[in-house]
Design a protein around this ligand. Structure first.
Ligand code: C5P
Length: 236
């Protein structure tokens, strides 16, 4: 591994729904760095595979989908929108179904290997630095990252936050809707379990990662993270 290149990478890991994507996007914007949301690549893979009936999951087929993704999938870093051949594909990627399919695709070793190569190439491109977020960035993709952060938030708070997206017609305190809240909590806990108990690249906090509780208002959290990164990089 090239240690010099890794010094450009801030590795951020954490469970689904912990708010790390919005946090990383804003932090990268404030620091003039590139933001890479690796979960979106797993979602794109899941989406593209779901469009290919009879997909065989061989190394060749997986690599061919990955090559297509490198060509056709991009981020609009100003709006934070994922683009497929220039068209916004947020809806296709952000459904609960695609999250589940992505989590399943993420258990496939060919998918992980192919994406690892993509992430390692992309993480080293911006000389101003890259904030790369996912589940295994500090443990598998860039174990030599300049700084590792593990973003956490309790499953209950994540379910309450997701409540507004999933049930926009229900008003008031989510605690008034125990059945809906319970169903979201169950899905979140199942996803956490799939991500942290899988054999390949499970979600775990790297030993040298800093624990960041994302339970403050958004601006305050982003300001805190900016300061943590600045102060850590100034010591290097
Ligand atoms: O972060 P997001 O929920 O969009 O990720 C979708 C799925 O992709 C996750 O449930 C996880 O299984 C997988 N993933 C992963 N490794 C990463 C990023 C995401 O396994 N680095």
């Amino acid at each position: 591994m090239n240690q010099k290149k890794d010094t450009f990478v801030i590795a951020v890991d954490g469970p689904s729904g912990s708010g790390k994507s919005s946090l990383c996007r804003e932090t990268a914007r404030r620091l003039g760095m590139t933001h890479i949301n690796t979960g979106s690549y797993y979602r794109v893979i899941a989406w593209q595979i779901s469009l290919r009936p009879g997909f065989s999951w061989t190394q060749e087929e997986v690599q061919s989908v990955c090559h297509e993704i490198e060509e056709k999938f991009h981020w609009d870093s100003t709006t934070g929108n994922p683009l497929w051949e220039g068209q916004i594909c947020l809806k296709q990627l952000n459904s609960e179904r695609m999250g589940k399919l992505a989590s399943q695709a993420a258990q496939n070793t060919h998918v992980r290997q192919a994406l690892k190569e993509v992430f390692r190439r992309h993480g080293c491109m911006d000389p101003h630095g890259t904030i790369m977020e996912g589940r295994d960035i500090g443990t598998e993709i860039f174990p030599g990252a300049a700084l590792k952060i593990y973003v956490d938030l309790s499953a209950k708070v994540r379910a309450e936050r997701r409540f507004r997206d999933e049930y926009p017609h229900l008003e008031g305190n989510p605690d008034n809707y125990p059945l809906e809240l319970e169903s979201l909590l169950t899905k979140i806990e199942q996803r956490d379990m799939r991500d942290s108990e899988r054999d390949v690249a499970p979600l775990i906090k790297a030993e040298d990662a800093l624990l960041f509780q994302n339970d403050k208002p958004f601006r305050e959290s982003a300001a805190n993270l900016v300061e943590i990164i600045k102060s850590s990089l100034s010591k290097k």
